[in-house]
Design a protein around this ligand. Sequence first.
Ligand SMILES: Cc1cc2nc3c(=O)[nH]c(=O)nc-3n(C[C@H](O)[C@H](O)[C@H](O)COP(=O)(O)O)c2cc1C
Length: 217
Amino acid sequence: MKIIAVNGSPRKNGNTAEILKCVLEGAAAKGAETELIQLAELDFSGCKSCFGCKLKNGRSYGKCALSDGLTPVLEKVAAADGVVMGSPIYFSAETGLYRNFLERLFFPFLKYSDPPSSVAPKRLQTAFVYTMNVRENDPAFEGYKAYLEKTHFFPKLIFSSTFVEALYVHDTFQFSDYSLYESEMFDAAAKAEVRKNRFPQDCRRAFELGGRLAESC
Ligand SMILES: Cc1cc2nc3c(=O)[nH]c(=O)nc-3n(C[C@H](O)[C@H](O)[C@H](O)COP(=O)(O)O)c2cc1C
């Protein structure tokens, strides 16, 4: 059983990467072979709307016609049993890096039938991880969640995922030393407290999510 984590943060060792690693540890504890992919290391674009993946009898039918740094990753993810995709929240949404990946992952398998269906060769179980500054009780979070949940529908349609779960990690640490940066809107002491006491709990929740993801595969 193979489970792949995809980090949509430009920071390869940031909060999102840490949480994804915990998900993978949880999956490995249930016997999964795991791999972490850092999108920031790859040279790739989003979907170019060439429709090569939908051209009847075309040589790229059902797969992305683009060839770049993401191509081997798309092949790996499609062949895996589970995937956990992670992104920080940037301006109330996922990073552009992450959306570029999602467009390329989802679109080739989406069949423009009526109703829409999928040409994916196999089932892929799915988890999502998001890290952000806002606290869980911040009204802005409800808006983020409503937006993000729209994307959680697609693995069900495209990958026949019967397991789709999301983990939201709040009030993350952005700098190791808040005094060095212009950051008056944050309470550095409160942030340090969350990092010390809350973040390990988030890692535990991530580990458990990884276990459930692996068990579902
Ligand atoms: C460009 C940018 C925009 C951000 N926008 C938001 C935002 O709208 N809401 C929020 O809660 N956090 C926002 N953040 C904070 C990050 O989501 C948060 O620090 C996240 O945990 C960073 O993940 P990383 O450590 O994996 O890079 C933003 C950070 C950056 C750099």
